[in-house]
Design a protein around this ligand. Structure first.
Ligand SMILES: [Zn+2]
Length: 197
């Protein structure tokens, strides 16, 4: 069963995974299979609330609304465009300039407030501005830092998920073994089974 065949997975947000090694790339990965079927995992404001919580950005994200969802998805797409095109060619077109301005503007927003409690635990609070700030700040740091050279796209041709390859040998090929690597292994196994001996 594919992600698209399973409506409960699309609607519930259970398809969220955090395998990219960077917050900004994990958010970019909430739109799957961008070259073909384009499967959206952030379908409604409540999906966004769940993603924020699962990403560990805020402990108890309040109720999200459509405007918050639109803002996050806009930043996600601006960020994705920039990451794919980075470093930008001289005199980038107006769409790319707009995307860059959008990412930079969001990177100036406040970050989630992290506070230590006497009981010993950390609390993370804020709203959608802080979520946008954290994601954009991560994207800006990624594009301006050494990890950029290790950003890869999953080798599954349908999958457009980006990740930072932090493996020692720099030979990671799949976004996550359970999602793509295993599918590839199964396909290879079946191919071998079909081949005459
Ligand atoms: Zn993949």
């Amino acid at each position: 069963m594919t992600v698209q065949d399973d409506p409960s997975r699309r609607a519930s947000g259970d398809g969220f995974v955090f395998v990219s090694g960077r917050l900004s790339l994990d958010l970019a990965g909430t739109l799957l299979w961008r070259r073909s079927r384009r499967i959206e995992l952030l379908c409604c404001p409540d999906d966004l609330r769940r993603w924020i919580h699962q990403a560990g950005l805020l402990d108890t994200p309040g109720r999200m609304d459509q405007r918050a969802l639109t803002r996050v998805c806009r930043l996600r797409e601006a960020m994705y465009a920039i990451i794919r095109a980075w470093p930008l060619a001289p005199a980038p077109d107006s769409a790319m300039q707009e995307s860059l301005a959008e990412v930079n503007e969001a990177a100036r927003l406040p970050l989630p407030r992290h506070q230590l409690q006497e009981a010993g635990h950390l609390t993370r609070t804020g709203g959608v501005d802080e979520v946008l700030g954290a994601v954009a700040r991560d994207a800006v740091d990624l594009l301006g830092g050494a990890d950029l050279a290790r950003v890869k796209e999953c080798l599954n041709e349908d999958c457009t998920r980006l990740f930072v390859d932090l493996s020692r040998s720099a030979n990671r090929r799949w976004c996550g073994m359970s999602e793509c690597g295993n599918r590839h292994k199964v396909a290879n196994y079946r191919k071998r089974q079909r081949q005459p001996h």
